[in-house]
Structure formats: structure tokens, C-alpha cells
Design a protein around this ligand. Structure first.
Ligand code: IMP
Ligand code: MG
Length: 181
């Protein structure tokens, strides 16, 4: 059994402000062609970030595509199954494209390292990554995201798209998940 912490780790207003800042950072430094969002965890972050990007990109926003893939390495628990599965890449064209990959969190780093490799193999000329959360302490591979919303400690978090067995995703804040007996 699990329950969320008494107070959010990151509140909704703090998330909103940081997402707007991230959009400005991205718009200044990376003129991507495709924003590629890794479902399911990144759905809420992607919805908010893409709207903030549209505000700062102005007319340039009309040239940009948004696409979704399904990446998963988690089973129905808080521990990774370790095996990366990616669905939906085959129907997209990455040849000579600049791709901005959006994910909810970089944990071991396996998902994003694997995904970046797959996009390069498919001909992407520049691949950069953006995560809302980074758990540096949990890293097991050599991966560094280009854009990071918040650095967090080694705790399992839920809300704002992040889940535990599909629960808690809808919460507008980020919460720490605690095990209860
Ligand atoms: P990685 O491949 O170990 O970096 O894991 C990345 C994926 O695991 C993320 O896209 C999330 O879907 C999931 N994940 C990692 N840590 C958490 C967490 O604290 N809460 C919810 N999902 C997590
Ligand atoms: Mg994920």
C-alpha cells in the first residue's frame, strides 16, 4: 500500500513558473523540428511546455511538429523492469531532423539514453532532451539531459503525469510516494 506525502514536493505554481522558464531557455538555444514526447508520464508536462513554447516562439511555432511515442521500462511497481520498450517510432521520419525529446523524469537514464540512440540511428541530425525532473543519484548510465526542470533527491514521486501503476497521474502537484503497511 502507498500514500502520498503530507505536502507536495513541488507545488503547481512552482511547476508553472519553471515550465515557462524552461520554454524560454529552449526557445533561445534549440530550434528543433520535432518535439517528441514520451508517453505516458510526460503527457501533462508536454501539454504545458508546448503551450509555453508556442508563446515564446511566435510565428516559428507553426513550423514545428509534435509527436508522441510510448516508452516504458517500468512494470506496475516503483522498480524498473530494466528493459526499454519503445512503440511508435517507425511511423515517424527523423531523417536530418532536429529532435527535442520530452520526458517526465531521468532516473537510471536508460530510457533517454536508449531513445537518443534510436533517434540517431533513424537519421536525426541533432537530438536534445528535456526532463521535468532529474534524479541524479539514481543514474546508472552516462546520460545528461540538456534541459532540466527540477533536481530532486532519490525518492519515488508521483503527480503531474508521473504514476505508480497508473495512479496519481492527474494530481497537479508533484508528491513523494510513501509505502504504508
Ligand atoms: P529511467 O529509464 O530509469 O531513467 O526511467 C525513466 C522512466 O521511469 C521515467 O520516464 C518514468 O516513467 C519512470 N520513473 C522513474 N522514476 C520515477 C518516479 O519517481 N516516479 C514515477 N515514475 C518514475
Ligand atoms: Mg516515462
Amino acid at each position: 500500500m502507498y500514500k502520498v506525502s503530507e505536502k507536495p514536493l513541488v507545488g503547481a505554481a512552482e511547476i508553472k513558473a519553471r515550465v515557462a522558464e524552461l520554454a524560454s531557455e529552449i526557445a533561445l538555444s534549440f530550434d528543433y523540428d520535432i518535439l517528441l514526447s514520451a508517453l505516458t508520464g510526460a503527457y501533462m508536462f508536454t501539454a504545458d511546455l508546448s503551450r509555453e513554447l508556442a508563446k515564446v516562439q511566435g510565428a516559428r511555432a507553426q513550423q514545428k511538429k509534435i509527436a508522441f511515442i510510448k516508452a516504458s521500462s517500468y512494470g506496475n511497481s516503483t522498480e524498473s523492469s530494466g528493459k526499454l520498450q519503445v512503440f511508435g517510432l517507425e511511423r515517424l521520419d527523423f531523417q536530418n531532423k532536429r529532435v527535442l525529446v520530452i520526458d517526465d523524469i531521468a532516473d537510471s537514464g536508460n530510457t533517454l539514453l536508449g531513445l537518443v540512440g534510436m533517434l540517431r540511428e533513424r537519421g536525426a541530425c541533432d537530438v536534445r532532451t528535456c526532463v521535468l525532473l532529474n534524479k541524479q543519484e539514481r543514474r546508472t548510465v552516462d546520460f545528461k539531459a540538456d534541459f532540466v526542470g527540477f533536481e530532486i533527491a532519490n525518492e519515488f514521486v508521483v503527480g503531474y503525469g508521473l504514476d505508480c501503476a497508473d495512479n496519481y497521474r492527474f494530481l497537479p502537484e508533484i508528491w513523494t510516494l510513501q509505502e504504508v503497511n
